[in-house]
Design a protein around this ligand. Sequence first.
Ligand code: FE2
Length: 240
Amino acid sequence: MLLADMHIHALYGVDDGARTEEEMRAIVTKSYEEGVRVMCVTPHFHPRYFGDNREGVQTAFDGLKEYARENLPKLMLFRGNELRYDKGAPAWVNQGDCHTLNGTDYLLFDFLMDDDRDFIVDGVRDIQRSGYRPVLAHAERYTAFHKDWRTLRSMKEDGVVIQMNAGSLEGDYGRAIMKQARTLMDYGIVDVVGSDTHRPDSGRYYSLARTAETIRKKYGEAAAEALCRRNIIEILLGED
Ligand SMILES: [Fe+2]
């Protein structure tokens, strides 16, 4: 099955993802070999956590495009960021330091796993009020919602795109997150799957193809295609 990935830390030397150009190439080649043909690279963005990585991102992205042109001819590459939410963070996007997904109004962002429920809920609203369409990264991982999946359902009803990580359904992030991932899937809350891959080696490489297969087996072919390809392409094109 052909796949699209809109959450991946393939660019090297800019966050806690790939460390070297070799690691970057290995991640992207591995993804390509398992069927990824559309990829939006999403380095973390938060000056305090990750420094000012804008120049490094540009250099790595240019290098990746060059490599892909020669070696992965059918790969379509896009870029965005994964914004680590903080008060005032939307201004970083407004002034062009942090990028939305392929320049659309969809903004991928995350919180710390143990951030407070109200901080997350208010942060999502802040992003919406700033005029962006929020894509909540790895929604299943926040402990604040492990006994409160209904809040995530309300967010979805309010237009928040709910992104689940590859590997969560299979237990790669532990039992509590696996349970939450299953709940969100069972209630039809998940909109898109992203790999959130950080390294080429197993342990930080999460196979989108494996999760697409898990979804296909349990929820059917149409769900797998929507969550692992179609919805992602629509987001990258800025569609509703
Ligand atoms: Fe991420």
